[in-house]
Design a protein around this ligand. Structure first.
Ligand code: ZN
Ligand code: ZN
Length: 206
């Protein structure tokens, strides 16, 4: 199953991508699922029912959480999570709650991930391809992932409709709800891939 794990709606002030457009266009862009990961909020859940939609698209909610040690995509029961927690405390909460944290674009020049978060095993998954990264930034993540044996995933980081679904995470198990997503990520049953339906070879860089 092909998911875009990293998508922002207009609830993120930096995004011009309405939730309605995501729901309307995801299937035709080759996606089986979309994770809505707005900055520090899961409020999109008030606008659409989580799970499989009438057209077969699986819509799941997470968030992108900013810390001084980098940004993390979080999936779990985090609807009421306060913002601004330091990374070690945040990642402890995620672990305790049975959720999962993914280091998002760890080599971006703005707020890169601090190496200790993976070195100390606080975060076990990494966004190995991000649709907004440069080729070099994606390449550096691959090396980092292999060294620390991290679970790999990918996402478009879409803030516009044009970007939706460019980079995806392919799961080799069914993912039909948030809990199945979390389990599949914890068990590394996935890989990151440019989406051939949107990004044929030759157009695969940020
Ligand atoms: Zn943003
Ligand atoms: Zn993002």
């Amino acid at each position: 199953m092909r998911f875009d794990l990293h998508v922002h709606t207009t609830l993120s002030s930096c995004s011009i991508l309405p939730l309605a457009d995501i729901l309307r266009h995801a299937r035709s862009r080759g996606l089986d699922g979309v994770c809505i990961t707005d900055h520090d909020t899961m409020d999109a859940r008030h606008s659409v029912r989580e799970g499989i939609q009438d057209d077969g698209l699986c819509v799941l909610f997470g968030m992108e959480y900013a810390t001084l040690a980098g940004d993390f995509l979080l999936f779990g029961p985090f609807e009421g999570l306060p913002t601004g927690l330091p990374a070690p405390q945040l990642l402890g909460v995620v672990e305790q709650a049975g959720g999962v944290a993914i280091a998002a674009h760890p080599f971006r020049s703005a707020r890169p991930a601090e190496p200790y978060v993976v070195r100390e095993g606080l975060c076990k998954a990494v966004e190995v391809i991000n649709g907004r990264n440069s080729e070099l930034e994606n390449l550096r993540v691959s090396t980092w992932r292999r060294r620390h044996k991290l679970t790999e995933c990918g996402g478009s980081d879409a803030h516009t409709l044009d970007e939706l679904g460019r980079v995806t995470t392919c799961f080799n198990v069914p993912v039909r709800c948030r809990q199945e997503l979390i389990l599949a990520l914890q068990n590394s049953q996935c890989r990151a891939e440019w989406n051939p339906a949107v990004c044929p070879p030759g157009r695969q860089s940020g």
